[in-house]
Ligand binder design. Structure first.
Ligand code: AMP
Ligand code: ZN
Length: 113
């Protein structure tokens, strides 16, 4: 399958890993939008948030269990951070493998543009 994130999981494309377990991989975004910008992905190819269902939602739960650990590891748990998933091209999704952006180290405006 021609998926960049599946290739990162398989070790075929290098990444700066910050966390890994049986179900979840987290690594630094190659084009950071904030001082802390980590991507968390399931180790199964799920296309986007639009494809989450009863069969695969455990991956999402696992990712959200990992988020506080990474936020602490990266020093943004107290200062605050944002978790974002873009779903579909018009929402800004460029890689069609479900991922959550963990952004921190600066302030963010709301609502988003
Ligand atoms: P999105 O635009 O929400 O689909 O997010 C995809 C993210 O993946 C972007 O922020 C890219 O900078 C990031 N990205 C693309 N290729 C790589 C890569 N090889 N390693 C790390 N991050 C990547
Ligand atoms: Zn994939």
């Amino acid at each position: 399958m021609d998926c960049i994130f599946c290739k990162i999981i398989a070790g075929e494309i290098p990444s700066k890993k910050v966390y890994e377990d049986e179900h979840v991989l987290a690594f630094e975004d190659i084009s950071p939008r904030a001082p802390v910008h980590i991507l968390l992905i399931p180790k199964e190819h799920i296309v986007s948030a639009a494809e989450i269902n009863g069969e695969n939602s455990a991956y999402v739960a696992k990712i959200f269990e990992v988020i506080p650990k990474i936020a602490e590891q990266m020093g943004v748990k107290e200062s605050g951070f944002r978790v974002v998933t873009n779903c579909g091209a018009s929402a800004g999704q460029s890689v069609m493998h479900l991922h959550f952006h963990l952004l921190g180290g600066r302030s963010f405006s709301w609502p988003p543009g």
